[in-house]
Write a protein of this length. Structure first.
Length: 402
């Protein structure tokens, strides 16, 4: 478990209304730069943090995210993970001559994605990306004030919006408005605000296992779900992605199997690539083993008592250790993890069939036989489920470490 950080800087129109937020990766709460030597890692951290770790509604306030996307991630189709109305893809001018980048952006343009050409230098040869860009960003520190009006006019001639970046003073803002720029960004208007969020790490080995399985033609949905649910970090992120607002699925997704079915293998593969780029190399917390055993025990008890669906009981057991893993009260954890009222009640108050089963599993772990007697379930059934669950969890963790 760690804290992920994303810096958010607003972009304004001429009336000073916020029209979007540029997102930057940050390594700590007081960072002033990306702190990543690899731009793909920085972008991956932004996308993973925003769309699978942090609840995007308060972060973006229903505005699009402006994200710098590298050549590597473009060619892997990573921006397709986010729907067109939720993202503006920023591409630096220096990538303009790369034919593969141009082809990838043409495909995205045809699908309705908005593209911003970043760090455009009007003295350079005309960029082929100008035909695709809906926004062109100009670093105001790199041009003279006397050239601003002609540069804004050049941008307007292409049909694009002129965005003045690095606006550092009131006089500079007024000069940019007078020159005809449409949008504005800079420290004078608003410094980047850093947002931190407790995030679970996931096993690098499980990610590799997932990526390998995705390449196999005979891998089933249940095979993929089985790999994902053996790791709490992966499970949380996949469920959060499936239930996030930008995907707009018709109903809540509560099990890993259902999430894999709803997202589809292609989208799962893209997220797996993104997670692998952004993943830290640290080993998952030892507490995860308890979550795995508890999850399996809840599932076995549900099968014995004929509760449906057993996957939901696995989920409630797995997520019952999230508060300990994230060093947060459970009610705060659940605010960022959209689940049904049944799962919330089970995790918070041990209510309903899910909560009853979870309470039995927890009671057996600490030898609270009186509680098990109150729910009228045979001790032998609970004991056998506990033994089988521990063996299953031991096998799962030993495979991860092998």
């Amino acid at each position: 478990m760690g804290i992920t950080y994303v810096a958010r800087q607003p972009i304004f129109d001429a009336s000073m209304s916020t029209i979007g937020y540029e997102l930057f990766s940050r390594a700590s709460a007081d960072s002033t730069g990306a702190d990543y030597a690899d731009a793909s890692v920085a972008t991956s951290n932004v996308l993973v943090s925003t769309f699978s770790d942090i609840a995007i509604e308060p972060l973006l306030d229903d505005k699009p995210a402006y994200v710098n996307v590298t050549r590597d991630l473009l060619l892997r189709d990573i921006p397709h993970l986010v729907s067109p109305e939720r993202i503006v893809i920023e591409v630096p001018q220096r990538e303009a001559t790369d034919p593969d980048v141009h082809y990838a952006l043409e495909e995205m343009y045809r699908q309705g994605y908005h593209i911003a050409l970043d760090d455009w230098n009007p003295s350079d040869p005309p960029s082929v990306l100008m035909d695709l860009a809906s926004t062109v960003k100009i670093n105001m520190e790199s041009i003279s004030s006397g050239d601003a009006a002609s540069i804004a006019a050049q941008i307007h001639d292409t049909g694009a919006v002129a965005l003045a970046a690095k606006v550092e003073t009131h006089d500079q803002l007024e000069a940019c408005k007078a020159a005809g720029f449409d949008q504005f960004q800079g420290y004078f208007l608003a410094k980047p605000k850093i947002v931190g969020h407790h995030a679970l790490t996931q096993s690098s080995v499980e990610l590799l296992r997932l990526l390998q399985a995705l390449q196999a033609p005979d891998t089933s949905v249940e095979d993929l779900a089985d790999i994902i649910r053996r790791d709490i970090g992966l499970s949380v992120r996949i469920l959060r992605v499936a239930n996030s607002a930008f995907l707009a699925l018709p109903r809540r997704v509560e099990s890993i199997t259902e999430a894999v079915m709803m997202l589809g293998t292609r989208r799962i593969a893209r997220w797996a690539v993104l997670f692998s780029v952004a993943a830290a190399s640290s080993k998952p917390p030892a507490l995860a083993a308890t979550g795995l055993a508890r999850a399996r025990m809840c599932e076995l008890l549900a099968q014995h008592q004929r509760h449906e669906p057993p996957q939901a009981f696995f989920t409630v057991g797995l997520f019952s250790v999230l508060d300990a893993l994230m060093d947060l009260p459970m009610h705060q954890v659940l605010k960022a993890l959209p689940l049904s009222s049944d799962l919330n009640e089970a995790l918070l108050h041990r209510k309903g069939p899910l909560g009853d089963t979870l309470s039995v599993a927890c009671a057996y772990e600490v030898g609270d036989w009186a509680h098990i007697d109150r729910v009228e379930i045979d001790h032998r059934i609970v004991r056998n489920a506990f033994i089988d669950a521990c063996a299953w969890a031991d096998a799962a963790t030993s495979q991860r470490c092998a």
